[in-house]
Write a protein that binds this ligand. Structure first.
Ligand SMILES: [Zn+2]
Length: 279
């Protein structure tokens, strides 16, 4: 008879009840699980020994964080729980962590060295919905060209890091805090399926998309200034109580701001990729 019953945690021997995870052999209790990296999810391939060494490494990490000097934190500052990419340029390492820069060490984020990163790529999810609601699900219906300017295009950005690291093989974090929801006016005979940004980009491709979006914001703004965009006023962000010309200005500004906002996420991905990979 073994020392632990099958229901006991293979790492600490405690009771593995609710919130436990299956390992390659045995189970892991919730308490032990909470000591692991938030990026770790390869439970089914991990042995109890792997988990023990990760817990040790995480304690070591907490000590190492004391000498981590913040060069910069890149992320949305407006929301307390938005993800931040924070790096130490002298020691050439970084963390990706939820929440504000001033308390990030309390959350013991994993320190990743630049030379542990094999690849970085930006993943853009592009969908559409009929409602401008932040939480509306993306539709999977077929969309015809004549509806491109009526629907709301939705964008989410994830930055991926492929790693050579003792217990993490990949980090994938959401770069935006809220889904960007935008209507995209059409020009005559030139149909635009949203910002046409769905896909995965690395290296120069990220830079290319950032340039393209920034140029688009500039072009659209010039187009609006010239008054060529009677379409833009059709964008249906709701506010019926204002005079039409004011509504038009607000909608135009909002439209340009949203493209700039999308471009900013892509530009941030480019900065991170350049910093770590040099491209
Ligand atoms: Zn345990």
């Amino acid at each position: 008879m073994g020392l632990f019953s099958k229901k006991d945690c293979a790492v600490c021997g405690g009771r593995a009840g609710l919130g436990s995870k299956k390992l390659s052999e045995g189970v892991l209790c919730k308490d032990c699980r909470e000591k692991l990296s938030p990026w770790f999810d390869a439970f089914s391939e991990a042995s109890a020994e792997d988990i023990r060494s990760q817990i040790d490494a995480r304690e070591e990490n907490r000590r190492a964080l004391e000498s981590f000097q913040v060069t910069k934190a890149w992320g949305i500052k407006k929301y307390q729980t938005a993800m931040q990419f924070i790096y130490d340029g002298d020691q050439r390492c970084f963390v990706v962590v939820e929440g504000p820069e001033d308390t990030f060490k309390d959350r013991n984020p994993d320190i990743i060295r630049f030379d542990q990163v094999r690849n970085i790529w930006l993943e853009v999810e592009e969908g559409w919905s009929e409602s401008d609601n932040q939480y509306a699900p993306a539709s999977n219906r077929i969309l015809t060209q004549d509806k491109y300017d009526e629907v709301f295009w939705r964008y989410d950005f994830y930055l991926n890091f492929a790693l050579d690291h003792p217990y993490l093989s990949q980090i994938r974090y959401p770069m935006n805090f809220k889904t960007t929801v935008i209507q995209v006016p059409q020009r005559m005979f030139l149909f635009k399926r949203g910002l046409e940004l769905a896909g995965e980009y690395s290296g120069e491709e990220i830079a290319y998309q950032a340039d393209r979006l920034e140029a688009m914001a500039g072009k659209e703004e010039a187009w609006i200034r010239l008054g060529k965009y009677s379409d833009v006023v059709r964008l249906k962000y709701s506010d019926q109580s204002l005079p039409e010309h004011l509504v038009k200005d607000i909608k135009n500004d909002l439209y340009i701001k949203k493209i700039e906002n999308v471009a900013a996420h892509v530009r941030r991905a480019e900065r991170i990729s350049r910093l770590i990979l040099g491209k």
